[in-house]
Design a protein around this ligand. Structure first.
Ligand SMILES: NC(=O)c1ccc[n+]([C@@H]2O[C@H](COP(=O)([O-])OP(=O)(O)OC[C@H]3O[C@@H](n4cnc5c(N)ncnc54)[C@H](OP(=O)(O)O)[C@@H]3O)[C@@H](O)[C@H]2O)c1
Length: 385
């Protein structure tokens, strides 16, 4: 049995991971589950999956969790702080760490898991976007593996199976659904509400990534994630509203390989959990007879200017990735709270990138420093907006 930690088990990716585990109970045992505040769902998950350890970041939620779990329930040890969490992530009993929490909070536990040579199933793109180079270098030293479960990167991973020579690849093509505003008039973007931005046409995801999908910042982060994962700077984006083709690789001879399935995160998660074998995902088959159309559109960078930021940051390198990510996290949170308008998101991020000093990254501390500075500047701009 493979032993597993799910960081962010109460979120959309965390729940899908548990759905896959439910279908493969004899193959996996759960060592650790973590979340921020959702103690009720955590207690339910504990009753069903009996993890050895649980961590809730919020202190109030820790107390409520113990009440909710009750006394007649499985013996679970509730970890009280980050230090204890780090010890469990480092422990020899743990093989696989599913990084499914949202935002830069993922960086410290992902760093810890890589430092201790774990197999990381990465959904938490933010940590890898900001620190890809450092995490890749560290994983080479410790033998850790960083395995993507983002659907697009899982698709590229599958398309690259058996490719021995990088020279044979001519380009990577990341597909994207285009989000909820693909066909909305650009003149109406100023009226977009948080509710509209968090209602994705085909994927059911957490609020932050849903807003990122609507602005196409998600695709921007995915381009950077793909750069660190596969070692390519030349990555194209293709809008494919049906979300059936999850990405493609084109080879030197102009042959293309694509990966297809219905849009369901359980499928790339099962690929990651089972690799190199294939396991039951619990997802449905793709019914070709029911697909009336597969369409493709060139991304519109005037409507979705976030896409251009990926190339800018790749050219600038260093702390530009942390500056971009922190400004985006702050802006999305403020937009969801109704403190700034939809168009302010890109406006403020661009201003922060323009005004920030981009530095070389030599150690992980440089990333946290750039993250803090970017958040401070973003908050100032949000307040004067
Ligand atoms: N959803 C998708 O289909 C999808 C696809 C590809 C990649 N991803 C990536 O996967 C990650 C998770 O996305 P999601 O949609 O699953 O997000 P989500 O539904 O918002 O879930 C986030 C999870 O992280 C936990 N969390 C939040 N803040 C935390 C903190 N400070 N400390 C510890 N845990 C914390 C949450 O706990 P509480 O529930 O207690 O708040 C929850 O378990 C993101 O990086 C996203 O970009 C998601």
């Amino acid at each position: 049995m493979k032993s597993l930690a799910i960081l962010g088990s109460t979120g959309s990716v965390g729940k899908s991971t548990l759905d896959v585990i439910r279908k493969n109970k004899d193959e996996f045992k759960i060592e650790l589950l973590t979340a921020r505040t959702n103690f009720r769902l955590m207690a339910e998950q504990c009753k069903e999956f009996t993890p050895k350890f649980v961590y809730l970041e919020n202190k109030e939620a820790q107390k409520s969790f113990l009440d909710e779990l009750g006394t007649n329930n499985p013996q679970v040890t509730l970890l009280s702080d980050e230090k204890e969490l780090n010890q469990i992530i480092a422990s020899e009993d743990l093989e696989i760490v599913v990084a499914a929490m949202v935002g830069i909070v993922g960086l410290k536990p992902v760093f810890q898991a890589i430092k201790h040579g774990k197999h990381i199933l990465l959904a938490n793109k933010e940590s890898y976007v900001v620190a890809g180079e450092i995490l890749n270098n560290l994983s080479k030293k410790t033998g850790a593996t960083i395995f993507p479960i983002d659907s697009e990167h899982s698709a590229i991973h599958q398309c690259l199976m058996g490719v021995k020579n990088k020279e044979s690849i001519s380009r990577l093509i990341l597909t994207g659904s285009g989000g909820p505003f693909l066909n909305r008039d650009i003149n109406d973007f100023k009226n977009i509400t948080p509710k509209e931005a968090t209602t994705h046409p085909i994927w059911n995801m957490g609020d932050k990534i849903s807003v990122d999908s609507s602005t196409m910042m998600n695709k921007c982060l995915e381009i950077i994630e793909a750069k660190w994962l596969f070692g390519f700077d030349d990555i194209d984006v293709l809008i494919h509203p049906e979300g059936i083709i999850h990405s493609l690789v084109e080879f030197k001879d102009k042959s293309l390989i694509a990966q297809l399935s219905i849009p369901d995160m359980k499928i790339p998660i099962a690929y990651g959990l089972g690799f190199p074998e294939r396991i039951n995902s619990g997802g449905d088959s793709l019914d070709f007879e029911k697909i009336s159309n597969l369409s493709f559109v060139k991304p519109d960078s005037k409507k979705f200017p976030s896409l251009v930021l990926a190339k800018d940051c790749i050219n600038s390198g260093g702390t530009s990735f942390s500056t971009l990510n922190a400004a985006n996290e702050e802006c999305v949170a403020s937009f969801l709270e109704g403190r700034i308008g939809y168009l302010d998101i890109h406006k403020i991020i661009s201003e922060v990138l323009d005004k920030s000093d981009i530095k070389m990254v030599e150690e992980i501390g440089d990333i946290f420093e750039a993250d803090m500075q970017s958040r401070e500047m973003t908050k100032e701009l949000i307040n004067i907006n």
